[in-house]
Design a protein around this ligand. Structure first.
Ligand code: GLN
Length: 237
């Protein structure tokens, strides 16, 4: 947010291409948790034929199947708005196909490398087997999020380069290519394989994105989000 009077601008990138597992839930929960703290929100939905505004606060990218993923990456690269936004310090939350797209490169269906948007130092190729199922991971302690849960479904395997760090350490599931870590963080760019969608299942992750943009935020009374989080942890472990 540029000043205290302006709204938090949440930009949902390409709902027509990248929205496999109810990724709209991430937009709704982020908005709700901001508004419950009295933070006004402006929500912008960017269709894949539209330009990506460079002046957003938090950009959300969801998951996608292989072909829509390729199309989305090509359009985002040609457009340049997301890269410009990241260069001026905007926050990006990218899930699965979105995670791979914001990296340096990712593999197509035959594992030929294709260029990503290049705002997160990761490279993705194709794995031998699909990573499918429930995943539980412990987020890097300095981020103050704790344990997260989600559903993963990806053929891609992601290697983290020296400029990024793992988001979390896997307790159960697949995650990145090393079989030990899940997701990646670089400044305020956060990528993860967690569907679910991730933010409704992990309110703490939504609050991390809000803290990055607006600083300290008061805690909220635990509600259905926290209950869902607990329920999934109990069910999966
Ligand atoms: N197409 C990518 C893969 O299979 C991403 C899948 C997804 O977003 N669920 O790795």
């Amino acid at each position: 947010m540029s000043d205290s009077s302006s709204a938090l601008r949440i930009v949902w990138i390409y709902p027509d291409l990248l929205s496999t597992y109810g990724d709209k839930g991430n937009v709704l929960v982020l908005r709700r948790r901001a508004e419950l703290r009295g933070i006004p929100v402006e929500e912008v939905h960017v269709h894949s034929s539209d330009p990506v505004p460079a002046e957003g606060d938090i950009y959300l990218l969801g998951g996608g199947e292989d072909r829509p993923q390729i199309l989305a990456a090509e359009r985002l690269r040609a457009d340049g708005g997301l890269k410009r936004a990241a260069e001026r310090g905007a926050c990006v939350f990218a899930v699965c196909a979105g995670y791979q797209i914001v990296g340096e490169s990712y593999g197509d269906d035959d594992d030929n490398p294709l260029p990503g948007v290049g705002i997160l130092d990761i490279r993705s190729g194709r794995g031998q087997v699909r990573g499918v199922g429930e995943i539980v991971a412990d987020v890097e302690p300095s981020l103050g999020v704790g344990r997260i849960t989600g559903f993963e479904n990806h053929q891609g395997r992601t290697a983290i380069g020296p400029s990024a760090t793992p988001l979390s350490h896997v307790v159960k599931g697949v995650g990145n290519d090393d079989g030990q870590t899940e997701g990646a963080v670089q400044g305020q760019i956060l990528g993860t394989y967690l569907h679910g969608p991730a933010l409704p299942r992990n309110p703490g992750l939504a609050d991390l994105l809000l803290r990055w943009r607006v600083g300290q935020i008061p805690p909220l009374e635990p509600s259905w989000g926290e209950r869902l989080h607990e329920e999934r942890l109990t069910a999966v472990l």
